[in-house]
Each structure stands twice: as C-alpha cells, then as structure tokens.
Design a protein around this ligand. Structure first.
Ligand SMILES: [Mn+2]
Length: 376
C-alpha cells in the first residue's frame, strides 16, 4: 500500500491584484496552505508516504529568496519526517527558462522529474513496494507531442504519472503554445494506477480505461472561477485499488452570485446592503453581478465601505439598467429637459440592436445620474 497527497498549482508568490489592499494577506494564505499541506503529510496519524507536486509550486520561474527559503524549509520537514517529495515544473515555474529555480538549485529530499517527455520511470521504494514515477517538466525547446502516449513498463509495483497539462474537451480548454494537450482516452491506455495532473485549478476526477486521472485544484482559490470549498487530495493505492479522498482545506472562500434587482425587489441602497449582509462572512471573497432595473445609482466605494468589516473582499459588477425602472416611468411623463432626455434615450434603446443596446442603456444611466445629482 502507498498513501500520498497530490498537490498542484500552489502558486507561491501569487498576489491577486484584484484584492487591492488585501492582496498581500491573500498571498500569505497561499503560503500557509502549502505549510498546512506539509503539516498534514508529516502528521504520523495520517500515514502519508509521499508528496506529489504536479507543477506550479511557484508562481514564477525565479521566485524571490524568501519564497525559496520557505519551500526549502517545508521540503526539509518532509525529508526529516522520512517522506518522499516528487516534483515537476509547471507553466508558471517553467523549466524552459535557463534561470528557472529548479535549474539553479536543488531542494532537500526532492526528486525533480526533468525529462522533457515521459520516458523511463523514476523508481522509489515505499513500505517495500516499488513505486514507479513517470513525469516530465515541459521545455518548449525539447518537449514534443504526443505527451500522453507513454506506457507502463513491465515492472511489479505501483505506477504513477505526473503531468502539468490540459485535457482536451475540458470547458476551460484553450490550446495555447505553452499548454500540453492530453486526451483522457490516451491516458486511459497508459496502464497507470494514477495520473497526477496539474494546470486546471478545480478538482476533477476521471477514470478512463480504469486509470484514475485527477486534477486536485487549488487549496485556496486564486481567482474567481476557483469558487467554493477547496480540498487536499489524499490517495491510497492498495494492489490495483485506488481510493481518492478529499479533505476540506481552504480558509477563505471565493463565491460569485447574481442579484437581480427586480426579482429580489431591491429599491434602495439599503435593500442592497441587506442582501450583501445576508451573504457576508469574514472569510468570504464575494463577487456580485447586479442586474435588472435599478431605482438608484450604486456608489460602489461607499457601499464597500459600509460592509468592509463583514467580509474579506467584495467586488461588484454593476450591470443594472435604469431602463424599465419606475424612476424612468416617472421622468418620461415630464415636460422638462430631463423628460425629453429620457424619451429620446428610450427611443434609441428600443431601436438599437443587441450590440448597441447596452451602450444606450449605459448612457441613459449616466445622464440620469447627472440630472439627479444636480437636483439634490
Ligand atoms: Mn496553475
């Protein structure tokens, strides 16, 4: 039997700029998540033998010395606890750079798999069982497709592959020059017990041809889309049986939600604040898309200030429209400049095609805002 944790995309050093003043704090979360994963691996009660990192440990190929020291200390702990660590480079910490950190130095106890294409396995022994690790660190100068046509060698033991690549047909799939295209069908023919992938930041588990193929996802969501709970992936292989367990791991959570002003009956800024407060949690990173007809103008900064203490970060995407609001219906009757403006804009909006309509709706909103500010 062998038990291991499968990590990828830790992105040490990433600093999500959209978080503004909280970006540094969030950056520390990514470091803390890695440390907690190592705590888990070193905890004798978890009986972990092996730590696999399938690329993008660092957010850059030449991370700052502080991060290198941090990684070194963690790998040292893993080595001292008598566990193995196996690593491949990813896209952010790509091996193609001559000054890539993994070319400049080694880390204690880490087996770095540097083959540009998967060739012969690197074999280690865990609890007297040979574990054959097939990995590659992509380098544009020497790596060549196909990347997924390697085969299990005729050796007793456990066979595990590590690749930082993209599965064709995934909703997120877009082939860029630096992406390694993989097909589930081919991976299913490799004869591996387990294929440890990295590159996509959300958990995914497949079992083509009896081969367990897993993306663990990030431990802490880095950008919107990496929403909801994140997990540490713990794998146990006993004979040919592969068991994948997800341990809830994130300390902050990203969420995205839509609030429709008509459906939620939002008439005033206070109504909107109430909606936000209902969702607020101190560790929440929330993005709200606001849409529908609005009876007021959203002052984003003032609103964020009101709820600042109640959640980690709030982002608003204001797609509301003044068109169709009762405010507009009131103004359109008026024999004033304001009434004339509203009637003209409404005509434009009705006549506009789908492409132009949002522009006119935006113009109506800005114009109205001007009239209302002058009024007050
Ligand atoms: Mn990544």
């Amino acid at each position: 039997m062998v038990r291991f944790i499968h990590l990828a995309d830790l992105h040490l050093g990433a600093r999500p700029a959209y978080l503004g003043v909280r970006a540094d704090e969030r950056s520390r979360d990514f470091e803390a998540a890695f440390k907690r994963a190592v705590d888990f691996a070193c905890d004798p009660s978890k009986t972990i033998d092996l730590v696999l990192i399938a690329g993008d440990l660092f957010d850059s190929h030449n991370p700052e010395p502080r991060l290198v020291a941090l990684a070194e200390a963690q790998f040292q702990r893993i080595a001292e606890a008598g566990k193995h660590a196996v690593l491949i480079a990813g896209t952010h910490d790509s091996y193609r750079y001559p000054d890539c950190i993994y070319r400049m130095r080694t880390f204690p106890g880490v087996d770095l798999l540097t083959d540009p294409n998967i060739a012969k396995p690197h074999t280690i022994t865990v609890r007297d069982v040979p574990v054959h690790l097939y990995g590659m660190s992509w380098d544009s100068r020497v790596s060549r497709p196909p990347y997924d046509e390697f085969k299990r060698q005729d050796l007793p033991g456990i066979h595990i592959a590590l690749i930082h690549g993209s599965i064709k047909g995934n909703p997120e799939w877009e082939l860029e020059s630096r992406d390694i295209p993989l097909s589930l069908e081919q991976l299913g023919k490799t004869g591996m017990h387990y294929v440890a992938l990295g590159h996509y930041h959300n958990f995914r588990k497949e079992r083509p041809g009896g081969v367990t193929v897993v993306y663990p996802g990030t431990l802490e969501g880095r950008k919107f889309g990496e929403n909801g709970p994140r997990h540490l992936v713990v794998v146990e292989i006993e004979g040919d049986a592969v068991r994948v367990e997800q341990v809830l791991f994130n300390q902050r959570t990203l969420e995205e939600e839509q609030i429709n002003f008509a459906l939620q009956n939002i008439q005033t800024p206070e109504d909107l604040i109430r909606e936000i407060e209902q969702r607020a949690k101190p560790n929440l990173i929330l993005r709200l898309v606001l849409d529908g007809p609005s009876e007021f103008f959203i002052e984003e900064e003032a609103l964020r200030e009101r709820v600042r203490e109640k959640l980690f970060h709030l982002e608003l995407d204001d797609q509301t429209t003044a068109y169709g609001s009762t405010l507009i219906h009131r103004f359109e009757e008026e024999r004033t400049i304001r009434g004339l403006f509203v009637r003209r804009m409404q005509e434009q909006i009705r006549a506009a095609n789908d492409e132009e309509r949002p522009l006119y709706e935006h113009a109506l909103k800005i114009g109205l805002e001007q009239f209302l500010t002058r009024e007050s």
